[in-house]
Structures are given as structure tokens and as C-alpha cells.
Design a protein around this ligand. Structure first.
Ligand SMILES: Nc1ncnc2c1ncn2[C@@H]1O[C@H](COP(=O)(O)OP(=O)(O)OP(=O)(O)O)[C@@H](O)[C@H]1O
Length: 461
């Protein structure tokens, strides 16, 4: 069995690992650390919670301690919360060498960030959008001497999801030197391998944890088949059950929209569950504050959108509930990966309506495992149905009386302006498209009606 010594890590780092309860390397660390220390580009694909962060933090710190200067390493990651978490790992493991880091994420003051960047920290951890803004608006940022460029959750940074990072990545890639080591990590790298290889051009060392099943063994994966209207009653029932049986467990619930996230939070609070939310329509300070309250167990239930699906490492999370079935297997893998981390056990329960059964089949095919049914006393659930649905409706009405939807529109406009689009023009275009679509539909209906009326009626002899 490998040890950190045998991987070539120096004594002070090994001691620092021990202090943090890290005594033996995980497989991804065992394979990737020596390659990175050798100076190779590296692509590491290993399951959720398998220690990928330390697999890049440790060798970077070792190289940095041999020749400390700033900016030595740039880490890109898709969410702001993850940027803070990665910076914390650098800080904790790099404490003996007095590591200076700087976090550059959206939603925080840009001037303060500019000042911090100008102090030349050893490590910059950033989300692409805000870092690209700094590069575009200032010529004082020098990333031209970095030794390491790291893309954590690399496949997410390259895919064109609801937040498209590709333009920002282009700006960043043109600001970093071509001669560098590039490290790419994720639990789901393989879909985007070719694009990733164009970033890690230097004959990368590629390591993938080969395994039949894509999720971890310690994860108990379940589903509950429910009509849409009964979903919330099941949710309330499950939370009550887990709270009654295990009062020290934390639960993460994933839902599909910010609005739903807000309504479910309000609803669960009406049932006196200690609930807090995390979604992209919240102010950034509130997002950080809520996550801190959840991490420190002040609140045991976190309802989030997919902004929290990747990377977050919260050891007390024992249960993940998917309030909606994820449309993509990849998202399922990351969501359920918030529990059963670092060898711990965990349960993931997905609420499945009759319309989602094909999604579950796709998930099962991708992860190469079957989800089994979670046994529930349906009668018990139905007893609370009316109360749950009335409470939800009341919460919806309360939310409608606030400016939640208005804020959403404003945020959308802001994003369009940032993307270089004219929101009024876009709105006009959308309306025109809608008009054309309606006209076409009307014409088609007319054609169909004509066809039917022209059909000869059958004559029976
Ligand atoms: N060698 C090790 N031994 C024990 N625990 C470890 C080791 N390396 C890392 N850990 C711990 O394992 C947990 C999960 O690590 P990490 O967050 O890096 O997972 P990950 O592989 O990046 O997961 P994800 O794909 O969800 O981002 C962390 O709490 C970390 O401190």
C-alpha cells in the first residue's frame, strides 16, 4: 500500500496531512501526485468524495515551497462556494509555509479583489466570469508567470450549461503562459475528454478510477414513485422520519428552480424543520452565511438548486433527496455525491413521477446500478397530504406578494447586458419568434382541419 512518503511528498506536508486526519493516500492521490511532481499535465477522473482536491493541492504546495512566488497557481472552479472550499484546503495544508491565497468570485466587491490580486498571492482561486472581468478591465493582473493552471470540475467548466464559461475561459487562457502545468479533475470527465485535451496539451497523464459502478459503494440509492401532487407530502414525511430516527443527520434536498427552492424552504419552515436554502437568486453574502450555518449544524436541512450539486464537502450530510429527478445522469452523480464521502455511508432518495421514469432508466444505465424502491407507508403520507398542499399554496401566495419574480427578471436583464446583449432587443426578438410560432401552429391546425373535411366518408354496403 502506498504512503505519502513513497509518492515523494516532503515531510512537512505529510505532517500537515496527519494533523488533518489524512494519513494514507486515496487511489486518485496515489496515481496523480507522482505524475504532477514529475512535471506532467494531469487529468484525474475519480468518484465523488475520493480526495481529488488534495490530489492537486499537495503537489502544488510542494512545488511552491521549493520556489515561492506569486502568482504561482490559478485554480478555476464553477461555483463561488467551491472556490472558498478549495482555498480553505490550500490554506489549511499550506499553513506551515505561510501561504497567501486570494479568492476571486462574482457577487463580491471587485475593488477589494483587485487590491488583493495586486499583492501577488501564491494561489488564486476563481470562478471564470469574475476573473475574466478583472483581466478585461485591468492590465495590472499578472497571471503570465503561473506554473499551474487547475480546472476543478473541469467538464462543467467546458460544457455549455445554463452558465456558459467558454468565452471567459478563452480570456483567461490567453492571459496565462503556454508553458505551464495543467491539471484537470472531475468525477465525470469522460464526456468532454477531447476538449479537455486541447487545454492540457502537454501529453497529459490520464488516470480514471475504473469501476463498474460510477457511484460509491457506500451509497444506498433509492427511489419513491409518486404522483406530482403527492411529492411534497412524501418530502415532509421523509424529513420527519429521518429527524425522528437520527437527530444528528443533515439532509440536502435538491430541486430544479430557485423559486421552488424558496417555496420549499418556506413550506418546511412552516412544519418547524430547521431549513435553509442556497440558490443563485440569493445575495452572495446570504449564500455564504446559509452554507456556513448548514455546515456548522445550526440548520440540519439545506434546500438547494444545482448550484450546490458539485464539489461541496460536508461530512455530516447523511441523506440527499432529489425533489425532482435530474434530467442528466451526470447531475444525478454529482448531487448524490454530496453524501457517502470519504468512505462514509449515505442514502440518496429520488422522488420520481410517472413522467420521469425514462430519466431514471438513463441514470441507471449511466451509473451501471439499479435504484431500489424506498419503502414508505403510503397511508401515513396521505394523511398529511391536504395540510402539506395547503401550506405550500399559502407559501406560494406569500412569495408572489414579494418581488421574487421581479428580481428574477432584473437578474436576467443584468446577465444579458453582461453577455453583451440588449435585453429590450432580445425581448422583442422573443416576442416575434413567439408570434411566428403561433401563426405556424394556426396554419397547421387549419391545414389539418381541411384535410379531415376533404376525406371521403366511408360508404358501407
Ligand atoms: N487521503 C485521504 N484520507 C482520508 N480523507 C481524505 C483523504 N484525502 C482527502 N480526504 C477527505 O475526503 C473528503 C472528500 O475530498 P474532496 O472534497 O477532495 O473530494 P472530491 O473527490 O473532490 O469530491 P467531488 O467529486 O464531490 O468534488 C474531504 O473531507 C477530504 O478532507
Amino acid at each position: 500500500m502506498a504512503t505519502f512518503e513513497s509518492l515523494g511528498l516532503c515531510e512537512w506536508l505529510i505532517q500537515q496531512c496527519k494533523q488533518m486526519g489524512i494519513s494514507r493516500p486515496t487511489p486518485v492521490q496515489e496515481k496523480c501526485i507522482p505524475a504532477i511532481l514529475e512535471g506532467r499535465d494531469c487529468m484525474g477522473c475519480a468518484k465523488t468524495g475520493s480526495g481529488k482536491t488534495a490530489a492537486f493541492v499537495l503537489p502544488v504546495l510542494q512545488k511552491l515551497s521549493e520556489d515561492p512566488y506569486g502568482v504561482f497557481c490559478l485554480v478555476l472552479t464553477p461555483t463561488r462556494e467551491l472556490a472558498y472550499q478549495i482555498a480553505e484546503q490550500f490554506r489549511a495544508l499550506g499553513k506551515p509555509m505561510g501561504l497567501k491565497d486570494c479568492i476571486i468570485v462574482g457577487g463580491m466587491d471587485m475593488v477589494t479583489q483587485g487590491l488583493e490580486l495586486s499583492k501577488k498571492p501564491h494561489v488564486v482561486v476563481a470562478t471564470p466570469g469574475r476573473l475574466a472581468d478583472h483581466i478585461r478591465s485591468s492590465d495590472t493582473i499578472s497571471l503570465n508567470r503561473i506554473q499551474f493552471l487547475i480546472l476543478d470540475e473541469a467538464d462543467r467548466l467546458l460544457e455549455q450549461g445554463c452558465t456558459d464559461f467558454t468565452k471567459d475561459l478563452e480570456v483567461i487562457l490567453s492571459a496565462v503562459p503556454a508553458k505551464r502545468q495543467t491539471l484537470l479533475f472531475s468525477a465525470t470527465l469522460t464526456d468532454t475528454l477531447q476538449q479537455l485535451q486541447s487545454i492540457a496539451m502537454n501529453r497529459p497523464f490520464f488516470w480514471e478510477h475504473k469501476s463498474d459502478v460510477q457511484t460509491v459503494e457506500e451509497l444506498d440509492q433509492r427511489f419513491i414513485l409518486t404522483p406530482e401532487k403527492v411529492k411534497d407530502a412524501y418530502l415532509v414525511h421523509l424529513i420527519q422520519k429521518f429527524q425522528d430516527e437520527h437527530d444528528d443527520w443533515s439532509i440536502m434536498i435538491f430541486t430544479n428552480t430557485c423559486k421552488n427552492c424558496q417555496i420549499l424552504t418556506m413550506m418546511l419552515r412552516e412544519f418547524n424543520f430547521p431549513t435553509i436554502s442556497l440558490h443563485s437568486m440569493m445575495k452572495q453574502r446570504q449564500r455564504f452565511a446559509n452554507l456556513a450555518k448548514f455546515k456548522s449544524n445550526v440548520f440540519k436541512i439545506l434546500i438547494a438548486t444545482d448550484v450546490a450539486a458539485r464539489g461541496l464537502d460536508i461530512p455530516t450530510v447523511q441523506v440527499v433527496i432529489n425533489h425532482n429527478t435530474p434530467g442528466l445522469p451526470k447531475i444525478y452523480i454529482h448531487r448524490v455525491g454530496r453524501t457517502a464521502r470519504a468512505g462514509r455511508n449515505g442514502v440518496a432518495i429520488t422522488l420520481v413521477t410517472q413522467y420521469d421514469i425514462h430519466l431514471i432508466s438513463a441514470i441507471e444505465e449511466q451509473i451501471q446500478a439499479k435504484l431500489s424502491e424506498f419503502p414508505v407507508e403510503e397511508k401515513e403520507v396521505l394523511k398529511t397530504l391536504t395540510q402539506v398542499n395547503v401550506t405550500r399554496r399559502q407559501c406560494e401566495i406569500r412569495l408572489e406578494s414579494t418581488d421574487f419574480d421581479e428580481k428574477k427578471k432584473i437578474n436576467k436583464r443584468k446577465q444579458m447586458i453582461l453577455d453583451g446583449k440588449d435585453p429590450d432587443l432580445e425581448e422583442k426578438r422573443k416576442q416575434e419568434h413567439e408570434k411566428i410560432r403561433r401563426q405556424k401552429k394556426k396554419q397547421n391546425r387549419k391545414k389539418e382541419a381541411k384535410k379531415h373535411s376533404a376525406k371521403p366518408t366511408a360508404v358501407h354496403s
